[in-house]
Ligand binder design. Structure first.
Ligand code: PMP
Length: 397
């Protein structure tokens, strides 16, 4: 008999294997087509900052859809202007900052790459540098900055004049020179297994890029908009980048990306870059409503507190050797390469987490979680770990 999972794997081009068909969400829970309830601690991979079907989100979508859903970008709308102003204030760009709206993290990074190219043309520099372990997206430009053979090799040739260095201060010292137009970095490498940059890396990166006239671009697609307990992760390091890409949590489930610039980067002019849907009133109204909710209800403090609570709760559980990350972007390192098994065992018990690498489990729950969600997570996760640890012991017996 053909099941809906078989249909899904046949019809969707983006994934092989059998998929759970999710049909509804509320708060931190989602339900599949069979009525099974899951605790969603992945949050659409760090997207659903307010959880599912939050009244603020629902209200912003429905009000704006009924008012003005889309106009061409020959026109401005109050929704674009409000969100741009809000982002500039929260990021501390000052008056000279600019915001370009896109529809995804990859597109925000494409915009960053074009900014770097314009800077290269203006200065005679060539190279864009990104870090080994980075993930910046899968469109051709952003993929060029994502040095993983599995992702890149089938699609070569990619962008020329891109170099990759290790995420260490020694590699920075050796790799940033006068030929470099821009350095692009994630403050925490999410897809690499929630790996924060070494202490002092961003500070040194800022010093070296400034000294060599290169742009420092931070990819905060995963870390931005409160996910780490700060509005933006770079703020913890006391530096100011030249540009920052955003997406994921910015509209908490509505497709929206942005490139925010700091300082004098009036490099785009009408005609050089644009996107039909970018900055449309519906997406930007939702973005403003989401940011206002995070700000007005003090959710950043909850992100910090619940992050610490979750990290303490998993310390000492079977297979867990440690935790890393910041706020509610947490990687749990395992003593064996069994993260896929742990993820599947968790899902069978009604808990959604993911395995960015063979020995790391990542969680990125909603900023709104409370004691009930932390307790439910701890119970389900610890049972999943015990199951995998027991079967591991049997295999090794
Ligand atoms: N940059 C980072 C740091 C990301 O984590 C991701 C998505 N995982 C992207 C860029 C790409 O974003 P999108 O999938 O929205 O294009």
């Amino acid at each position: 008999m053909t099941t809906w999972q078989d249909e899904a794997s046949r019809d969707l081009l983006n994934l092989g294997g059998r998929l759970a068909l999710l049909v509804r969400g509320e708060g931190s829970h989602v339900w599949d087509a069979d009525g099974t309830r899951y605790l969603d601690f992945l949050g659409g991979i760090a997207v659903n900052a307010l959880g599912h079907a939050h009244p603020v989100f629902v209200d912003a979508v429905s009000r704006q859809a009924a008012t003005l859903a889309h106009v061409s970008n020959y026109f401005a709308t109050p929704q674009q202007l409000e969100l741009a102003a809000r982002l500039k204030r929260l990021a501390g760009t000052g008056e000279r900052g600019h915001v370009f709206f896109a529809n995804s993290g990859s597109e925000a990074n494409e915009t960053a790459i074009k900014l770097a190219r314009l800077h290269a043309h203006k200065t005679g520099k060539r190279t864009i540098v990104s870090l080994n372990g980075a993930f910046h997206g899968r469109t051709m430009g952003s993929l060029s900055l994502t040095p993983k053979p599995l992702y890149q090799d089938p699609f070569q040739p990619l962008l020329p004049d891109v170099a990759h260095i290790d995420p260490t201060i020694e590699a920075l010292e050796a790799g940033i020179d006068d030929t470099v137009a821009a350095l692009v970095v994630e403050p925490v490498q999410g897809e690499a297994g929630v790996v924060p940059l070494p202490d002092g890396f961003l500070k040194r990166a800022r010093e070296l890029t400034t000294a060599h006239g290169a742009l420092l671009i931070v990819d905060e697609v995963q870390t931005g908009v409160g996910r780490t307990g700060e509005w933006f992760a770079f703020q913890r390091e006391g530096i100011v980048p030249d540009a920052m890409s955003l997406a994921k949590g910015i509209a908490a489930g509505f497709p929206l990306g942005a490139l925010v610039t700091f300082g004098d980067h009036d490099l785009f002019f009408p005609g050089t870059h644009n996107s039909t849907f970018g900055g449309n009133p519906l997406a930007t109204a939702v973005g403003s409503a989401v940011l206002a909710e995070i700000e007005d209800t003090g959710l950043l403090q909850n992100v910090t507190d619940r992050g610490a609570q979750l990290r303490a709760a998993v310390e000492g559980l079977p297979l867990v050797t440690g935790t890393r990350g910041a706020g509610l972007l947490i990687g749990m390192t395992l003593s064996a390469p069994v993260a896929g098994e742990v993820r599947d065992a968790a899902q069978r018990r009604g808990l959604i987490v993911n395995a960015p690498t063979a020995d790391v489990i990542r969680i990125a729950p909603a900023y709104t979680i409370g004691d009930a969600e932390v307790d439910e997570f701890t119970t389900l996760f610890s049972a999943a770990l015990s199951e995998v640890a027991a079967s591991d012991m049997k295999d090794n017996a």
